[in-house]
Design a protein around this ligand. Structure first.
Ligand code: HAM
Length: 420
């Protein structure tokens, strides 16, 4: 046991696994860039009221899971539990919605939720998210969903599915909510569930207990009570998903943990992860921007859980980001050789080659072992005799094949050997 440990429930990424983490994020980010989203870097903490109002007081995220504290000026601030509220706040604050719409933004980084830690459920979680704000077009909902799907496919993932539904809007949801509450009031539910039914009845539909599930078999479903407009909107989203070749299943009981959703909502679920199977989710939010003091513009977006996506890649045995940490490993034998190889390493790096060197005066055996471990394809071995001859040994580590190249032209020789 070391003297200090990281706080509980926080995954740390260090080599070699951190390379896979970065590759996951980068692959997904590339899918996002292909759809024209610009990057936004947001504060890690915000005014507590932003989340209370934006995400919803009745959600578990706000009522039980926020890292909230008073700063030294006595203001209540909260480590961001999610990204959408912050993006919308920033769009309003900087007037980003006064130009071309939709405003298409993407972000990535850590988010904080005081949850009970377990495999795939962390207190510091990493997300990559997008938000497209200002245009209510079902084709845009489909685009957002298709980006995530393309990103997952680019990683090589196959064991996931997409679930979608429509949560209606301000015209049809209140009526449905009442209908659901009436239905729930007639059930022999425990006190806590009863309280939840009054506060947030849709959440009850998400109850995992078999006995409760059984009681909910005939519960009214939002999809059966959509306004004509919301129904048409939902049909169009599905149509565009088909046009994009994105497969989905409809789950009319899909419940999200955040309150701002309207109309299209979705979740990507991976089957290889056990209980924490949601690898990403999102949807449309009609009222959020106005709720936070902006124009009444609608938005749509997703948050992808990078920690879980990495676990999903590992569960499927995918090698993501297995690029070796360096391509060439320099092995100097003696001080003069070291000075020369230090310079060569610098030149190679300037030429775009990833290079490491055996530091600490290792002998040939130890240095070659380090070269093997580095994952490099080639070692450059420089001894006294080579130095006198103005040459260096270029050794292919996998085959053991070795040839002598002139020190003068070593950068060109290495680049040719690497095929660049
Ligand atoms: P969310 O569903 O709360 O949505 O989170 C998105 C994803 O983050 C989840 O699907 C999951 O993969 C990951 N995630 C959430 N909590 C944890 C945790 N404790 N440990 C590990 N991974 C976790 C949002 O946050 C919305 N802001 C998404 C959105 C953007 N909706 C519209 N725009």
């Amino acid at each position: 046991m070391s003297t200090f440990n990281a706080p509980k429930g926080i995954p740390e990424y260090y080599p070699p696994r951190s390379a896979a983490f970065l590759a996951v994020r980068e692959t997904l980010a590339e899918a996002v860039r292909r759809a024209g989203y610009g990057y936004i870097e947001l504060p890690i903490f915000e005014d507590t009221t932003l989340f209370a109002r934006g995400v919803g007081e009745s959600t578990d995220v706000v009522s039980k899971e926020m890292y909230t504290f008073a700063d030294r000026g006595g203001r209540s601030v909260t480590l961001r539990p999610e990204g959408t509220a912050g993006v919308v706040r920033s769009v309003i604050e900087h007037g980003l919605d006064r130009g071309q719409l939709p405003v298409k933004l993407c972000y990535a980084g850590p988010f904080f939720r005081y949850e009970r830690p377990q495999a795939g459920r962390y207190r510091q979680l990493q997300q990559l998210g997008v938000e497209a704000i200002g245009v209510d077009d079902p084709a845009l909902d489909a685009e957002v969903i298709a980006i995530a799907d393309a990103g997952f496919r680019a990683l090589g993932l196959t064991g996931y599915r997409l679930e979608i539904t429509s949560l209606g809007d301000a015209t049809c949801r209140p009526g449905y909510r009442e209908r659901l509450q009436e239905f729930l009031r007639d059930l022999p539910l425990d006190t806590e569930t009863r309280a939840r039914a009054e506060l947030n009845p849709l959440r009850v539909l998400d109850d995992k207990r078999p006995a409760v599930r059984e009681m909910l078999t005939d519960a009214p479903l939002m999809v059966d009570h959509l306004s004509a407009e919301c129904r048409e909107n939902y049909e169009q989203v599905k149509g565009f998903l088909n046009d994009l070749g994105v497969k989905f299943t409809e789950n009319p009981r899909l419940v999200r943990g955040l309150d701002y959703y309207t109309k299209t909502t979705f979740e990507f679920v991976h089957d290889g992860l056990g209980a924490q199977s949601g690898i990403g989710g999102g949807g449309r939010y009609d009222g959020l921007m106005a709720e936070l003091g902006g124009q009444p513009l609608s938005g749509v977006g997703f948050g992808l859980g990078l920690d879980r996506i990495l676990l999903a890649c590992e569960a499927e045995g995918l090698m993501v980001g297995d690029e070796a940490r360096c391509q060439v490993f320099c092995v100097p034998l003696g001080e003069v050789a070291k000075a020369r190889l230090v310079a060569v390493a610098g030149e190679l790096r300037a030429a775009g080659v990833r290079v490491d060197l055996a530091y600490g005066g290792k002998g040939l055996k130890g240095a070659m072992k380090a070269a093997d471990r580095s994952g490099a394809r080639y070692a450059l071995v420089l001894g006294d005799r080579d130095l006198d001859a103005g040459a260096v040994q270029l050794k292919e580590l996998a085959s053991g094949e070795q040839r002598t190249v002139a020190l003068e032209g070593v950068v060109t020789a290495v680049r040719e050997a690497l095929g660049r």
